[in-house]
Design a protein. Structure first.
Length: 231
């Protein structure tokens, strides 16, 4: 299935480390980030899940539920989780809690049969696992509360994801959903934004009371208009 931005994200049921879920019901009124992994007990994947576990407060502030997927079983995931917790320092940070008793902060989907990998077009034909089957690439899907796909990124197996960049893009989407602005290259939350070209000059004072600056360009066209980040 080829998905385009703005398409309804297909619902599915799956076994996970928290039990069987209906994806849309599990999302509820939240945003979701679904990110896939080639396999359990692999080095880059372990660093990625550890990174996400540390960023849970940041995802929560943005009303986002993370969920991972790997082409292995739930039983394999549960064993792997102990390595992820150890690598992230989660076990050490939980004073007095025995190994295996610290709850993992997000679910991991069982896709041992590669059903979701095929359905969501996530297979990497250049990466073949021990069973001779293609592994999933490092896909990132961000889905909004209306269950529409808002962001899709595909990384090769050898390149770990930048989750701070993914959070940055979510900040931009959540801001620009409600304000008539766009965010420029390398933008960070709180920095100046660009006024949308569809906003007429006579609307500027009402929409942007902090003021708008038009950048002078050789073309003489006044399309590059900057304003403070709306709060």
């Amino acid at each position: 299935m080829a998905l385009n931005l703005g398409d309804p994200f297909p619902n599915f049921t799956a076994d996970t480390t928290i039990g069987s879920i209906d994806f849309h019901q599990w999302m509820g009124d939240s945003w979701a980030i679904l990110f896939s992994h080639p396999a359990d007990y692999t080095p880059v994947c372990t660093t990625e899940l550890a990174a996400v576990s540390k960023l849970i407060p940041e995802f929560a502030k943005r009303n986002i539920k993370p969920i991972a997927l790997s082409c292995d079983s739930v039983a394999s995931h549960r064993g792997w989780i102990e390595d992820i917790k150890a690598y992230s320092g989660q076990q050490q940070e939980s004073s007095g809690v025995a190994d295996g008793d610290t709850e993992f902060p997000f679910p991991i989907i069982d896709d041992a049969k590669r059903e979701l990998a095929v359905k969501l077009n996530m297979l990497d034909r250049d990466e073949i696992g021990a069973a001779g089957l293609p592994l999933t690439c490092r896909a990132v899907f961000v889905i909004d509360p209306s269950k529409k796909l808002r962001l899709l990124i595909l990384y090769p197996a050898t390149t770990g994801r930048n989750f701070c960049e993914i959070l940055r893009t979510i900040d931009s989407m959540q801001l620009t959903d409600n304000r008539k602005v766009a965010t420029p290259a390398d933008w960070r939350q709180g920095e100046a934004c660009m006024v949308l070209p569809t906003v007429k000059d006579e609307q500027l004072a009402e929409l942007f009371p902090a003021g708008v600056t038009t950048v002078s360009l050789p073309s003489g066209k006044g399309y590059l208009r900057r304003t403070e980040c709306p709060q």
